[in-house]
Design a protein around this ligand. Structure first.
Ligand code: UT7
Length: 327
C-alpha cells in the first residue's frame, strides 16, 4: 500500500471535427455493408475520423488542454505525462514529447508513451501512479489517444467499420494519505497479458518489418470470445481493494462492441444501467475509449464525487487491465 493517494481532478477529451455515420462511411469507402449489419453486430452508429491538420498528437494535446483547464492546474506544474497509444504521429519521439513541446511542460517532467493497444489507458494510469509515487512530482497527466483510421484496411469490411479516432485525458494529483477504501483516487490497478494470442489481433507490419505501419488484422470471432471471457470475470482486484461488486457504481469498459459489453455485464452480474456505453457514438477508439467514456459520464453528471468506478480493458497482445477508482 502506497503512502499516497491519487485523486483524479478532472477529465478532458477531443474528437476529430467530422463524424461519419455508418451510411456515410459505407458510401465514401464503397463498402459491401449496411447500417443495419453494423448496428446489429456492434452497436456502432458513427465514428469520428481525423481530417486535415488533425492527428493523434493534436487530439492528445487538445484533450490535455481541456483537462488541465478544468482541473485548474498549470502546465508548468505537471511532473509526469504518459500517453497510451499505438498509432503515434512519429515512430519517435513519442506523442508525449510532441504534447510536452507544444504545451510548454517543464523540463523536469517525465514523458513517455505506452503501447498496450486497447488496454493502454489503464496501463498508462498504473505507470503514472508509480512515477508520481517515486518522485517529487505532484501532478500527472494520463492520456489515451489514437487515430486507428490510419491503420485500418479500408477494403476489409470486417474490421474497418469498427474503429474511430479520438483522445481522452485525466489530471491526477498526488496527496499524502494511503489508498484506502474511502480515499478518493486510484484504489488499485491490475494488468496482464496472453502473449500466445498475438496472431489473433495485430498490425500486418511494423518499423522492423518492412518500415511500414501495417494495417489491422483480426480474427473477430476469437477476439470476441476472449474479450467476453476476460471482461466477464469478477476481477480479483475488487477483493484486494476490499470492495464488493455490488458497491461499484459505474463500470467503464473499453468500448469495442456493444454485444461484448452486454455479454460481459451479464456474466459479471452487473446491470447494463451501470455500464457506461459510448461505442455507439465513438466506435472503438482503442486506448482512447476509456478516458473518452469517463469524460462523457463525468460531464453528463452520471459519475459523481465519491462513486466507485471499475475500469476494464482488453485488446491486442491480449493485454488486459482493470482499474478501480473512487471518484
Ligand atoms: O478492441 C478489441 C478489438 N476488437 C474487438 O473486440 C472486436 C471483436 N469482434 C467482434 O466485435 C465481432 O466478431 C465482429 C463485429 C468483428 C464481427 O461480428 P460477428 O458476429 O463475429 O460476424 P462474423 O465475423 O462471424 O461475420 C458474419 C458475416 C460474414 O459473412 P458470412 O461468412 O456469414 O457470409 C462476414 O463476411 O458477416 C459478414 N461481415 C459483414 N457484413 C456486412 C463482416 N463484416 C461485415 C460488414 N458488413 N461490415
Amino acid at each position: 500500500m502506497s503512502a499516497f493517494s491519487f485523486p483524479i481532478l478532472a477529465t478532458g477529451s477531443a474528437l476529430p471535427k467530422k463524424a461519419w455515420s455508418n451510411a456515410a462511411l459505407i458510401a465514401e469507402k464503397g463498402l459491401d455493408s449496411s447500417d443495419e449489419w453494423i448496428v446489429s453486430r456492434t452497436g456502432i452508429k458513427q465514428r469520428y475520423i481525423v481530417g486535415e491538420g488533425e492527428s493523434t498528437f493534436t487530439l492528445a494535446r487538445d484533450a490535455v488542454r481541456q483537462a488541465l483547464s478544468r482541473a485548474g492546474v498549470d502546465a508548468k506544474d505537471v511532473g509526469v505525462l504518459v500517453v497510451a497509444t499505438c498509432t503515434p504521429d512519429l515512430t519517435f519521439p513519442s506523442v508525449g514529447a510532441l504534447v510536452h513541446g507544444d504545451l510548454g511542460l517543464p523540463p523536469e517532467c517525465a514523458v513517455l508513451d505506452v503501447n498496450a493497444a486497447c488496454s493502454g489507458f489503464i496501463h498508462a494510469l498504473a505507470v503514472a501512479r508509480g512515477l508520481l509515487a517515486g518522485s517529487h512530482a505532484h501532478y500527472a497527466l494520463v492520456v489515451g489517444a489514437e487515430t486507428f483510421s490510419n491503420v485500418v484496411d479500408w477494403s476489409d469490411r470486417g474490421t474497418c467499420v469498427l474503429f474511430g479516432d479520438g483522445a481522452g485525458a485525466v489530471v491526477i494529483r498526488k496527496e499524502r494519505g494511503s489508498e484506502e477504501r474511502g480515499t478518493r483516487g486510484v484504489l488499485g490497478v491490475s494488468l496482464g497479458a496472453e502473449g500466445a494470442c498475438v496472431e489473433m489481433l495485430k498490425s500486418s507490419g511494423g518499423v522492423a518489418q518492412g518500415r511500414v505501419a501495417g494495417v489491422v488484422q483480426m480474427n473477430g470471432r476469437e477476439v470476441f470470445k476472449h474479450a467476453v471471457r476476460q471482461m466477464g470475470e469478477v476481477p480479483p482486484l475488487l477483493a484486494e481493494c476490499k470492495v464488493r461488486l455490488a458497491d461499484v457504481d459505474w463500470v467503464v469498459p473499453h468500448q469495442a462492441n456493444l454485444r461484448i459489453l452486454e455479454a460481459a455485464a451479464l456474466s459479471l452480474g452487473v446491470q447494463m444501467e451501470k455500464v457506461v456505453v459510448t461505442v455507439d457514438k465513438h466506435a472503438n477508439t482503442s486506448a482512447a475509449s476509456i478516458p473518452l467514456a469517463l469524460d462523457t459520464a463525468v460531464q453528463d453528471g452520471r459519475i459523481k464525487r465519491g462513486d466507485l468506478v471499475l475500469l476494464q480493458a482488453f485488446g491486442a497482445g491480449f493485454a488486459w487491465s482493470t482499474g478501480l477508482l473512487r471518484w
